[in-house]
Design a protein around this ligand. Structure first.
Ligand code: BGC
Length: 349
């Protein structure tokens, strides 16, 4: 079977390899890989800036936004041949830390967690892969061509859970959310906001194209003015930040309503310096009981929440988010970002 592999730490090493078909260990399933979603993390790994190969090896099978079909399931399993499944990205650290011991591996405290396709575990960009039954989630068959959006949806399901948990510390009646960045994470965060009945606003730099159309089709309001102006007028109760751009982050934090919650989901590149009025920022956060929280990855609870959110979603709207489907042989195209991309998908079969 063919797989897309990379040598983490070295740019330009992505290549297709013929690897032996995997045979599933005990309690594992054998899955036919249908597609993977490509995200900024995959591009960072192929640029040599992130990622770790499995111990004792140089190369890593890429891919963490999975979608596959069960080929073989252990007898007595809840899964059946033909089920549409997604594999979970992260595994608990081996110690384990308290969070990992409680199934909250997304909150790992010692950093020794592993991640499929990212950190020390082979990913899902393979025509066949295996997965532990406990780390696979079944999807509704109607999601057959969009199910690779599950993993980014888990990331925003977790982000929303953080916002809810923080909001619940006192009286909480949020009305308005501003999502910064209209990429897949921003758009899926906006979808969850709409599903919660909130007044959803999405801000990005572009002035036309599929991102703007997706926002409008969702029933949210699109903005492309500077974030301090937009947030200054809106005074959002919640900001879900999905650009990772320093100036957007700080302008958003400075312009929330009182008791505002800003949830940061964008992983930024280090070394970008910015001059900010630290006194004003701190004063605003303190005087308004604001919270800024970072959120990464997702545990099984978030996978189930994401599956529910996708069940409620309009599949045609989800299809809009996939702006390119690229066959495995053309992986270089998939790994190259185009200006109008929302989600690029690599098809595996
Ligand atoms: C993935 C997460 C992962 C994070 C850090 C993101 O792209 O979606 O699952 O935890 O990268 O490695």
């Amino acid at each position: 079977m063919r797989a897309l592999t990379v040598q983490p730490g070295t740019a330009g090493t992505a290549q297709l390899e013929d690897l032996p078909d995997p045979s599933p260990p005990h309690h594992h399933m054998l899955v036919e890989g249908l597609a993977i979603g490509v995200c900024g993390t995959d591009r960072e790994i192929t640029a040599g800036d992130y990622g770790w190969a499995p111990p004792g090896r140089d190369r890593l099978v890429l891919g963490h936004e999975s979608l596959g079909r069960v080929r073989q399931a252990p007898s007595g399993s809840d899964f059946h041949v033909g089920d549409l499944v997604v594999g979970v990205v992260r595994r608990p650290d081996p110690v384990p830390c308290g969070a990992c011991a409680h199934g909250e591996f997304d909150m790992c405290r010692n950093g020794r967690y592993t991640e499929r396709g990212i950190k020390e575990l082979d990913g899902y960009a393979a025509q066949l892969w295996t997965v532990e039954q406990d780390y696979a989630v079944r999807l509704d068959p109607r999601l057959a061509d969009v199910g690779m959006l599950m993993e980014p949806t888990t990331v925003v399901a977790k982000a929303w859970e953080q916002v809810d948990a923080i909001g619940a510390r006192s009286f909480y009646d949020p009305q308005r959310v501003l999502v910064t960045g209209a990429g897949p994470i921003g758009l899926l965060a906006a979808m969850l906001g709409i599903q919660r009945g909130l007044d959803v606003h999405v801000l990005d730099r572009i002035t036309a194209g599929p991102k703007l159309d997706a926002v409008t089709a969702l029933g949210a309001t699109y903005h492309h003015d500077p974030v301090d102006e937009v947030a200054g007028k809106l005074q959002p109760d919640i900001v879900i930040e999905a650009t990772g751009a320093g100036s957007v982050v700080f302008d958003a934090i400075a312009n929330t309503a009182a008791y505002g919650i800003t949830c940061l989901t964008g992983v930024s590149t280090p070394g970008r310096r910015l001059s900010i009025d630290a006194g004003a920022q701190n004063r605003e956060i303190v005087l308004e009981n604001d919270v800024v929280v970072g959120s990464v990855n997702a545990n099984l609870r978030h996978y189930h929440a994401a599956a529910d959110a996708l069940d409620q979603a309009d599949v045609d709207w989800l299809r809009r988010l996939i702006t390119r489907r690229v066959p495995l042989e053309k992986f270089t195209d998939a790994l190259t970002a185009h200006p109008d991309d929302i989600k690029v998908v690599l098809t595996l079969s």
